[in-house]
Write a protein that binds this ligand. Sequence first.
Ligand code: ADP
Ligand code: ZN
Length: 637
Amino acid sequence: MNSACGLLIQPAGFTIDRATIYLKRKTMPRTVTTILNDVFGYDTFRGNQQEIIDHLIAGQHSLVLMPTGGGKSLCYQIPAMVRQGTGLVVSPLIALMQDQVGALRQVGVQAACLNSSLPIEEFREVEKQLECGELDLVYLAPERLLQPATLELLDRCELSLVAIDEAHCISRWGHDFRPEYLLLDTLRDRWPELPMLACTATADQRTRREIVDKLRLGDGRTFITGFDRPNICYRVTTKVNERQQILDFIRSEHLGDAGIVYCLSRKRTEKFAEFLSSHGIPALPYHAGLPARVRQKNQERFLVEDGLIMVATIAFGMGIDKPDVRFVAHMDLPKSIEAYYQETGRAGRDGLPANAWMAYGMQDVIMQARLAENSEADEQFKRSERQKLDTMLGYCETVSCRRQLLLEYFGESLDERCGNCDTCLEPVDTFDGTEAAQKLLSCIVRTGQRFGALYIIDVLRGSESERVLRFGHDQLSTYGIGTELDVWQWRSVIRQLVTRGILAVDLEGYGGLRLTSAARSVLKGETELHLRKETAMIARPSKPKKKKATAATLLDTGTEEEFTANQALFENLRELRRTIATEQEVPPYVIFHDKTLVALALHRPVDGADFLTISGVGQTKLERYGERFLAAIRENS
Ligand code: ADP
Ligand code: ZN
């Protein structure tokens, strides 16, 4: 990929009506709406974007909470273009800056980043542009910004505002804590007159308070947009044969799509990447143990190529702005709902249908609990980690709407079930599990509260395994009393009892199960237990869904014939986009999003004016790409 912070990309030759061409900076006053329409090519503001923008232009501070893909960047980009001077954007990762700067330059905005990846001449050039007031926006990492030389440089420039992206990095409690973010509080003293906007997609109450305190935004406003990501379908499945399950999932629903598969360990990322590749699904591993060069290369390929799958640890993701990630799969349990929501949030940024899919089992529970237990942290931190894990488990085992649960976690409510999660789409049966639980608990007591799930199930189901006979457990009154449930169903019951705190798992040894104080009332029959009914008795592929979560569904306008024609045109436009992206060495989505291609394939504009009405097409993109796309539409219609 081209260093987006490198030389300005030259517009391709154009012959389209000059009158419609981009209004030159500072030669004409620009209103926020003309910038939205003419520069970014969008018709209307989303949610409370306009309010946030007006607030910032008026010189006020704000904290902006918006879900991923909600459109946070426009909230500071437009004010930076309207206010006199250069807007300063603090961003945690170079990749993130490059992506944003690349996209801004594509629409003709003067933006640059200052970071260590720049060759010295380019660095000097950006410095010069800054001093001459030629830039609307400059992106920096906090460590660069806070260097004395940078601060001195910025003191010599005219600045318009400060935007802190991924502001949750300032929170010690959050999962992306970055100590250098803490130092950002000095900025308010340095430039007291500059309005500051802090934005993030994940922030529970505590993190929100921390951001406001640390950045001293107390006299500003907090803008909260709903956290919901309606286009993401949430699904959780029981781990039976994990390799087969992920393969089936991708094959039946996501062939040719880009996706992220998250694993807990480095080894597992490599294992799954190899497995998927050997089954004809292009996949690359990504984890912190890979040489930086390989990591960089894999990340670039993921951004630039269509339909590649990244099998990664959580080291991958922050700053991945790729809008067309069609699914995020978890092969291991995330450690908290925040982490899960952040990771799954990387799917479907473009607003088109996407899947968040997870396979989990008892082993995951033990693994995460061990990690939390063995960390170096103090007792208070450990307790907080355990609570987070419990909430995560509750989410996995729920029979209610998953979205309702997620939103509730972030302090929002959704009155109706969502209709776009697995428990809504295929409601889960529950059963009165009181008797099953009693049998299980007694069996655990009688075998001495030291065996793991599989052994207990063996005894309950009357196995004649050598181990059971050796311990003489075939003589127990609980031997063979549980044949009405199969192994998978028993596993599910055990997981649910662990989730509800009725059973505890021995984390030091081999995962032995023991009763907690909550078990007594179950044994006595004082508590009735409604449990989720597990139907996965044997490994079976996930049912192919009627609707695939891809851009293609939107091309279906009625008849089979139309659908085929739309699809063919869409593929041609995608090909053209790929060619242009390769010429310019940028990711395809920087040229146009899938959503824009879908709109082009459906509306088939015939001239420049028509082309401009498509969402995602502004003056500069019309100028640069109008001719070629219009020609492709003419040829293929
Ligand atoms: P976030 O940073 O909140 O995850 P972005 O700022 O990257 O989201 O925006 C997500 C996508 O939505 C981008 O492609 C952006 O261009 C698009 N977008 C933002 N605002 C609007 C709008 N008002 N109308 C249409 N698309 C928009
Ligand atoms: Zn739902």
